[in-house]
Design a protein around this ligand. Structure first.
Ligand SMILES: [Zn+2]
Length: 238
């Protein structure tokens, strides 16, 4: 199993690791801070240096309990090699800001409009959440983003940790939907992200340490995605 440094420290952008499996253009490491696409959050990119040669990491994917690093172009790094790894921090930090921002927006939509999140995506330039919430219109969305910006400005601490299934099932915020309950019931340990005094969610992604780091959330748009479904698109890097 690859040790997931991105869960231990979301701010680790440089690390050394050992190659434990290798194919042409693909590398598996004993540990990694490269986040693989998942939970709506896009993968990291960056570089690996081994034997004086630099390899560009163009994609990162979950591979069971392992993490697969896809190299840009050809190249095979021998198993047992030590590699110096650097994550493209500007991209990762934008993804972190967007991820935490979406948790704030999602929590407000739930609290104020009983809108259940049905999906989402986090990219470097923007992020969106889809809601089963027919009442969401442009005006309400603007109000939601205004309220989210207040939470950003409150400078709330954001932390993540693993808890037991039993503990997770005792937290009302985590089991408010049937899919949420099913997910927790399928896991031994549950990772949660806690925005202090505001919101707790099950989550596998990377987040900023304090909501203040998000800066300001801009509403880029609201779209209809079917009869009940609405999409809110935001950015905090524009
Ligand atoms: Zn999340």
């Amino acid at each position: 199993m690859t040790r997931k440094l991105y869960w231990e420290d979301a701010y680790a952008s440089r690390f050394d690791a050992e190659v434990v499996r290798s194919e042409e253009g693909k590398v598996w490491l004993d540990k990694t801070a490269f986040y693989p696409t998942g939970g709506g959050q896009l993968n990291d990119t960056g570089t690996l240096v081994s034997g004086g040669r630099e390899y560009k990491v163009s994609d990162v994917k979950k591979d069971g309990e392992e993490v697969l690093h896809v190299l840009d172009g050809n190249g095979k790094i021998d198993v047992g090699s030590q590699v110096q790894c650097t994550i493209d921090w500007e991209r990762r930090y934008a993804l972190m800001k967007h991820h935490t921002a979406l948790h704030i927006v999602g929590a407000i939509v739930m609290k104020e409009h009983r809108g259940v999140t049905t999906g989402g995506q986090i990219t470097e330039t923007k992020a969106h959440l889809d809601f089963d919430c027919p009442a969401l219109d442009r005006e309400r969305s603007m109000e939601i983003v205004r309220k989210a910006d207040v939470v950003v400005g409150e400078g709330r601490e954001v932390s993540s940790r693993f808890i037991t299934r039993e503990e997770a099932l005792s937290i009302p915020d985590l089991i408010r939907t049937a899919p949420g309950r099913d997910l927790i019931n399928s896991l031994e340990r549950v990772r949660i992200v806690d925005i202090s005094g505001f919101d707790v969610q099950t989550d596998g992604g990377t987040h900023v340490r304090n909501t203040k780091e998000i800066g300001k959330i801009s509403l880029l748009g609201i779209e209809n995605k079917g009869a009940h479904r609405k999409r809110i698109i935001i950015s905090s890097v524009l």
